[in-house]
Design a protein around this ligand. Sequence first.
Ligand SMILES: NC(=O)c1ccc[n+]([C@@H]2O[C@H](COP(=O)([O-])OP(=O)(O)OC[C@H]3O[C@@H](n4cnc5c(N)ncnc54)[C@H](OP(=O)(O)O)[C@@H]3O)[C@@H](O)[C@H]2O)c1
Length: 412
Amino acid sequence: MREKREFEIVLFGATGFTGRLIAEYLAEHHGDSGLRWAIAGRSAAKLEALRDELGLASLPVLVADSHDRASLDAIAARTRVVCTTVGPYARYGDALVAACVAGGTDYCDLTGEVQWMQRTIDTHHEAARARGARIVHCCGFDSIPSDLGTLMIQDFALEQWGAPCTQVKFVVWRLSGAASGGTLATVSNSIEEMGHNHEARRAMADPYALNPAAERRGPDGNFQRGVRHEAELDAWTAPFLMAPVNEKVVRRSNALLDYRYSRDFRYGESMSLGRGPMGALKAIGFTAGVGAFVAAMAIAPTRKLLERYALPAPGEGPSRDQIENGHFTIRLFGRGVDAEQKPFKVMGEVSASRDPGYGATAIMLAESAICLAREVGDIGLPAGVLTPASAMGQRLVERLRGANMVFDVRND
Ligand SMILES: NC(=O)c1ccc[n+]([C@@H]2O[C@H](COP(=O)([O-])OP(=O)(O)OC[C@H]3O[C@@H](n4cnc5c(N)ncnc54)[C@H](OP(=O)(O)O)[C@@H]3O)[C@@H](O)[C@H]2O)c1
């Protein structure tokens, strides 16, 4: 058993757009479970106002700044888990990860910044293992449906056929959602960093950038960049914006799980835009639109114009209505062969009836924090810089099913 700490979870960044949704979720869904939690951020006045809005007069408020290491060490020492929404993480996250590693404190976040995750892996993985800290990135829409969806169908294949799928295709089937100012600030920061930082560009271009340093190789090429017709799905697909992140996270899980999905495992993500000529046209239009957005964000003057006149500012985001009426459905198609070389197929589905980036993400990050605090902390699982699948695995799948998300798997 680990030592008992004053708090199970400290929610850092509670006053931000996503942080506030997580605070509301914890208050509403875990208020009766005796959860020992606190909200933290840089402004005592904003935190106290949030506490009043939540109607939780006794909820502790902790003040800390991302650039003040002593204030972060003090938080890490008092809690089992730090759950943070203070991003862009590449700008604000280094000292907090270091404080959690030093304090043997578990940590979960919503980063999707490959270059930053590669830095935390290379800098902290061994120390985190030694100190018993689980540092878990990507606990939101990026990359939980990808990472836990793949784990779910691989465990099913291993149970049914004694062999994993050697190929999994993740396809965004339906999606309705919008982005917050904080997310767009993070996208902007990452694109800007890639413009002047060769290492960041290299990390993004390497399909195995998040694998352990000595194991950055495998059979996959880079993410899908153009339109494709997937004959077996009879659908036209376009690049999925988060594929360059999610694919690398799934490959890291395979490596950290001792290649449970095999060393020949291939994984890719795309977005389905439908069948026939209409599907093809939509896929071409979508691909062109994404390309134009990335190009505009890569050039400083157009980026500044977009930030000033077209995009939400940090702290702003989709309306309550958009969050509650948003949804997503992901389908995962797995293929493998059993010991007699007989082929098999598996299909998985991950979905939620909430906006993916905020409504569903708030549930996924909050449940990850609780899973770390209550389910995996004391049972001797390995520590280090981990992924959702390698840190929490099926325990988190079960928690998310309990929170009304769908994780389904069957023979295809
Ligand atoms: N991966 C996913 O699926 C996913 C989904 C949603 C969001 N995200 C990521 O989550 C992050 C947050 O997004 P958001 O829209 O919630 O952002 P946001 O509304 O701008 O919130 C950022 C939070 O960080 C706090 N903060 C800023 N500077 C700080 C400092 N120096 N010290 C301490 N706290 C500081 C802010 O405090 P104040 O309130 O005092 O300003 C605020 O609480 C972004 O990186 C975004 O990309 C990822």
